[in-house]
Design a protein around this ligand. Structure first.
Ligand code: SAM
Ligand code: SF4
Ligand code: SF4
Length: 341
């Protein structure tokens, strides 16, 4: 198997593929503003272009692709793209991260098209809280979407919760119980200061240590699961066997083993979630660059990669949101909802 390493020996393996920068929610930690600058429509890659670029990445060692956005299910005919990607023998894992709102309608079609795994973002079990957090009233649709994913036969369903102090940090045990009842694995994510999180502050971050302490009060002994993995979540087991994960992206970042990069819907490739600059792949692709030429471009950039964005942020003493609204307006690619999280 091909292996392309960066300067710290981290392989190019995991690609997060954002298929749209549009979203049908306005999560407070991701899209808190009233207005946004969007990627120009003519710059959005067609499915054939996406599939051709994925081929180049697979040729260089990528074997995991996660579809994301914005909200990926807003991209028209997404199952058609899934079918194209699922047919690639080099791809071991094809997954999606979705807010679930449209999953009720699409889960079966995605499964039939060959999608392997689904992660649904679920920050709260309370409809009024969801409305306050997302500025939309579609909580029931999200829950229906989760049920539809189970019905469609997706095993290994994951639920992702961004935990924010004073917002949903009193729901950890309820979310664990909900996941257990749904046969899903829940992962709690620390609130990050990146992209559109312009209202972020350190005092709203609930650290992994704190989450574990809260859960231990309710469940007793929590056993860490020791595993060799580049996955960002550290997993834990409760006494009754329930497994959950915590992604400590803010207080204990996992840059040292980070094998992920991100391709935006307009074909800009980012080597780190925190990177200011990306590599334009759409330009060369549309100008007729061959797969070999694109491969050489990607290889050259990955070999010199030294990014450790979250670790660098952690080393700062006084910490504010990474970006200001004015900067985000100048380049929509700086947004989390464009990079795909
Ligand atoms: N719209 C889809 C969704 O929400 O699942 C996919 C895209 S979203 C950008 C991907 C992930 O990023 C979601 O799980 C979301 O909760 C997470 N995310 C967005 N902003 C975040 C922040 N400031 N801190 C931590 N996670 C964040
Ligand atoms: Fe929320 Fe995902 Fe939309 Fe961001 S992209 S606002 S996290 S649903
Ligand atoms: Fe990887 Fe950058 Fe995230 Fe660190 S901050 S884990 S290097 S994407």
């Amino acid at each position: 198997m091909t292996r392309l390493d960066d300067r710290s020996g981290r392989p190019l393996r995991n690609l997060r593929l954002s298929v749209t920068d549009r979203c049908n929610l306005r999560c407070h930690y991701c899209m808190p503003e009233e207005e946004y600058a969007w990627l120009p429509r003519q710059e959005i890659l067609h499915f054939g272009e996406v599939a051709a670029l994925v081929d180049v990445f697979v040729g260089l060692g990528v074997d995991k692709v996660r579809l994301t956005g914005g909200e990926p299910l807003l991209r028209r005919e997404l199952p058609r793209l899934v079918r194209m990607l699922a047919a690639k023998p080099g791809l071991r894992d094809l997954a999606i991260t979705t807010n679930g709102v449209l999953l009720g309608d699409q889960a079966q079609a995605l499964r039939d098209a060959g999608l392997g795994r689904v992660t649904v973002s679920l920050d709260t079990l309370r409809a009024e809280r969801f409305a306050a957090l997302t500025r939309r009233t579609t909580h029931a649709e999200v829950l229906a979407g989760i049920r539809a994913a189970v019905r469609a036969g997706f095993s290994g369903l994951k639920l992702d919760t961004v935990v924010i102090r004073g917002v949903n940090d009193d729901e950890l045990d309820e979310l664990v119980e909900f996941a257990k009842a749904t046969s899903a694995e829940i992962r709690f994510i620390e609130y990050m200061d990146v992209g559109g999180a312009t209202r972020w502050s350190m005092d709203q971050v609930v650290s992994r240590q704190e989450m574990l302490a809260v859960l231990a009060r309710r469940y007793g002994r929590i056993e860490p699961i020791i595993e060799e993995s580049s996955a960002p979540a550290v997993r834990y087991r409760l006494a009754d066997g329930t497994i959950f994960g915590i992604i400590a992206s803010t207080t204990q970042p996992f840059c040292a083993r980070c094998d992920r990069s991100r391709l935006t819907a307009d074909g800009t490739w980012y080597l780190c979630l925190y990177a200011r600059e990306g590599v334009d792949l759409r330009g060369p692709f549309r100008a007729g660059a061959s797969p070999e030429e694109l491969g050489a471009l990607i290889t050259g950039r990955w070999r010199t990669r030294a990014d450790r964005g979250a670790e660098e942020r952690l080393a700062l003493r006084a910490r504010e949101p990474l970006l200001r609204v004015g900067e985000l307006r100048t380049d929509p690619r700086l947004e989390m909802h464009t990079r795909g999280g």
